[in-house]
Ligand binder design. Structure first.
Ligand code: NAD
Length: 309
């Protein structure tokens, strides 16, 4: 049986992933950690306040719970990273390399670390972006994720570290709040619609971006971690696709449920980041190797979110 450590468990992805891992493997086997105090939802199992930059504390927690698998989810996201590029680089890079070193030294067996569509840049083909392609990210977040991918592949090849990764599109869920990314509008818009408020969008109405419903992202992550090692050929990070839409398309979908809902557009600096990202992703390698298939499109996601928010 695995003992699992989630670092960054109070975040948008971490909260939902931790709860799902606990459902599957048992509350006591999934240790949630974050530099923040625990969310109420995470109090059904062990929790430690942990700063991922404090390596001796990380080691202490790994040994205390006899951890075999680590999900390292901490990062400064695309929009917040632009405000503090040096800090973002140090957090995103040093935390990853430190955790890779702990894996190399045998403190645990398998590592999950998320990458992002932010690894792509203005010269990347925007439609059906292939797994292997030209990558010239121009946000500090994207630069750190691309460098992180290279570190992961390097540690796998040189030191046989079993590290696995997905390039997530924008993640959309209703159970946890987003942490400062360029696709956060697609979460906020549901909250505003549900509250009967108008919505001001920080991206232009025709900005098409790859997105994914959180349940799909959590399932993909666990399926990748459970796949036999001989099915995993990519040790940098897998392309993964769920759906692609523009702000005006998500608005039209929500309007079917709330006909009087109003949107306006006031693009800010996040438009520049979004304009450098792909519009749709070719995930055929993930599909072929470990059987990935998304379950949610825009219509189904909207129905579920509006029914549960
Ligand atoms: P988030 O910002 O919501 O959560 C990050 C969590 O890390 C927070 O709870 C924060 O308190 C914690 N944290 C920050 N600094 C820490 C430190 N020093 N030590 C311990 N904990 C610390 O991020 P998220 O949206 O949940 O993203 C999780 C991962 O998935 C990130 O690596 C991100 O780059 C990646 N990702 C997310 C998206 C998305 O749309 N949310 C898309 C692509 C990739």
């Amino acid at each position: 049986m695995n003992n699992i450590l989630v670092i960054g468990a109070c975040g948008q992805l971490g909260a939902e992933l931790t709860l799902r891992l606990r459902e599957l493997y048992g509350d006591d086997r999934v240790i949630a950690t974050d530099k923040k105090e625990p969310l109420e939802a995470l109090q059904n199992g062990p929790f430690e306040v942990l700063d991922v930059m404090d390596m001796s504390r990380v080691k202490e927690v790994l040994h205390k719970y006899k951890i075999t698998e680590v999900y390292h989810l901490v990062a400064l996201l695309s929009a917040t990273a632009e405000a503090s590029p040096r800090f973002a680089w140090e957090l995103n890079m040093n935390s990853l390399v430190n955790i890779l070193d702990l894996a190399k030294e045998g403190h645990f067996k398998r590592l999950y670390w998320p990458s992002s569509i932010a690894v792509f840049g203005p010269s990347t083909p925007k439609l059906n972006t292939p797994q292997e392609t030209f990558m010239d990210p121009n946000s500090i977040y994207g630069i750190s994720k691309l460098a992180g991918e290279r570190w992961c592949e390097y540690y796998h090849e040189k030191h046989d570290v079993d590290v696995r990764s997905i390039r997530y599109p924008g993640l959309i869920g209703y159970k946890s709040l987003p942490g400062g990314g360029t696709t956060d509008y697609a979460v906020d818009i549901y909250h505003k619609a549900k509250a009967g408020l108008d919505f001001e969008c920080f991206l232009k109405e025709d900005t098409r971006l790859p997105m994914m419903y959180m349940d799909d992202a959590v399932r993909a992550t666990i399926e990748l971690m459970d796949a036999p090692a001989n099915r995993i050929s990519v040790r940098s990070s897998y392309n993964l696709s769920g759906m692609s839409f523009t702000p005006s398309e998500i608005y039209e979908e929500i309007k079917k449920h709330y006909p009087s809902f109003q949107i306006s557009y006031r693009p800010d600096e996040r438009q520049h980041i979004a304009a450098s990202w792909p519009q749709s992703i070719d995930d055929s390698v993930a599909r072929a190797e470990w059987g990935w298939e998304p379950a949610y499109d825009l219509q189904r996601m909207t129905e579920v979110i509006l029914a549960n928010l």
